[in-house]
Design a protein around this ligand. Structure first.
Ligand code: XIL
Length: 364
């Protein structure tokens, strides 16, 4: 038998190594595919990022940005007055830095997931705080939190869900104790204080249904015009985009991005997921057919996002989670109803929607 020449062996090994490298670098990655247009990201729970957790690897491979699904909200960061807890949030920011990802901060001022002490009188907790107390707490919270992450958060959701469906400002009857105690000033002040502490962060006003409710979109345009006229440093509007396979249509989304960006600011898609249900209908099996419909809807929306990103109007696109098993939509709006709104299935395998989104990036 002829022995292999050492040089031939060496060349064969090199050729194999090159093939392996090529295979590795040709693993399709959403992160790379969309990089020319916008940073594509996902909402995470800190446990996903533990070393050895397969989610950590998948996130770093597929996404260029992260946002905390819950642990950067006031109820986690300042559960008790004056006691800040940054451990989980720091873990996310550190993981992002190690993997060259950008971070969205979510969210500073919101009527939900904010501890009750914020709104209670310091001496008589059963009574409401005064306007001065609430504004002082708001200021200290923003200074501390934005200051803690200064230079490491690319965009902050400064105010979340301030509007009603008819476009008016959400008041105490619709759950906003901020409005009830402080009045609309709480919005202007939040942006001013955040900007003072981190002038480089893009400051976002974030809400849902802007693409599906014309009255709410009008309300947002009016609110933003007022903020800009008063010199308030709002830099972008966030469209949450908790959509469904059935609605909204692409044209409504295009119109919303067009109207908001015409006011002179960026638009971001901040919390996208796509329910397989119409509203509150009863649970049904996840069929190949519905997954194919979902893929085509994801595909057409991401084709729009790519165009809007290329035109400089859309700046970041975040999915509200990584895989179906962990999505908040398994419980909302119907408790216990299993949904399938994301790009990866419960075994972290890419769904048809993943491929459709990847295809929507086209070739740069
Ligand atoms: C949701 C989280 O996904 C859930 O885990 C949590 O129980 C409630 O909040 N709009 C927002 C997000 O701005 O913060 C919400 O996140 C989803 C709706």
């Amino acid at each position: 038998m002829r022995a292999f020449h050492p040089r031939a062996l060496c060349l064969a090994v090199l050729a194999l190594a090159a093939l392996a490298l090529e295979a590795q670098s040709s693993t399709p990655s959403l992160r790379q595919a969309f990089a020319p247009y916008f940073a594509l990201g996902a909402a995470v729970q800190p446990v996903f990022l533990d070393s050895g957790n397969p989610r950590a690897e998948l996130l770093a491979e597929q996404f260029g940005a992260l946002v905390a699904e819950n642990c950067m909200k006031p109820e986690t960061l300042e559960a008790a007055e004056g006691v800040f807890r940054f451990k989980d949030a720091d873990k996310i920011v550190a993981f992002a830095a190690r993997n060259g990802m950008s971070v969205r901060g979510h969210t500073l001022v919101w009527h939900q997931q904010t501890p009750l002490w914020f709104f209670s009188d310091p001496d008589k907790p059963t009574q409401a705080a005064s306007r001065d107390t609430l504004l002082a707490r708001e200021k200290l919270y923003i200074q501390t939190v934005v200051g803690h992450f200064r230079g490491r958060i690319r965009a902050w959701d400064v105010v979340n869900e301030a509007l009603n469906e008819d476009g008016s400002l959400r008041g105490p009857a619709e759950g906003s104790t901020w409005m009830g105690i402080a009045g609309p000033d709480y919005i202007d002040k939040a942006f001013v204080w955040a900007h003072e502490v981190d002038p480089d962060a893009l400051l976002v006003i974030n809400d849902y249904n802007l693409e599906s409710s014309p009255a709410k979109l009008d309300g947002m345009c009016g609110l933003v015009k007022g903020l800009l006229a008063r010199g308030i440093p709002v830099g972008a509007v966030g469209l949450q985009m908790h959509v469904s396979v059935y609605s909204p249509d692409v044209e409504s989304v295009r119109r919303a991005i067009g109207r908001l960006s015409a006011l002179g600011l960026k638009v971001q898609v901040t919390e996208m997921d796509m329910s397989i249900y119409r509203g509150s209908e009863a649970a049904r099996p996840v069929t190949d057919e519905i997954l194919a419909d979902q893929a085509s809807r994801y595909g057409e929306l991401f084709t729009l996002f790519r165009e809007e990103g290329r035109a400089g109007r859309l700046d970041m696109v975040m999915l509200w989670g990584l895989s179906d098993d962990q999505s908040w939509r398994n419980d909302f709006p119907v408790a216990g109803r299993a949904d399938a709104p994301l790009l990866f299935d419960s075994n972290l395998r890419p769904k048809p929607a993943f491929q459709a989104v990847l295809d929507a990036a086209g070739t740069p």
